[in-house]
Design a protein around this ligand. Structure first.
Ligand SMILES: [Zn+2]
Ligand SMILES: [Zn+2]
Length: 84
């Protein structure tokens, strides 16, 4: 079975259960946004454990590996072009 990883770093991540509020991106205390004092839900998504970036959908680890490989090939092609 494939592993799900964060799309930014290909690492571990956690649910945004106690993350920032949907309305203001502020802290939520007892279901209330600390910024606007309205009822707030945490933004639906996940937080990368490595860089703490917010993202909505995790990626399969093999997709991440492919993405890394593609950008590696592109970098190499760019470098070769520069040498000419
Ligand atoms: Zn990350
Ligand atoms: Zn708010």
């Amino acid at each position: 079975m494939a592993n799900l990883v964060s799309p930014c770093c290909g690492g571990e991540y956690t649910d945004n259960d106690d993350g920032p509020s949907y309305c203001c991106g502020s802290e939520i205390k007892q279901g209330l946004c600390t910024e606007c004092k309205e009822h707030a839900e945490p933004e639906e998504g996940f937080i990368c454990d490595t860089c703490e970036d917010f993202f909505e959908e995790a990626m399969e680890d093999y997709e991440y590996a492919e993405k890394q490989h593609d950008s590696y090939l592109e970098d190499r092609m760019d470098a070769e072009r520069d040498e000419r």
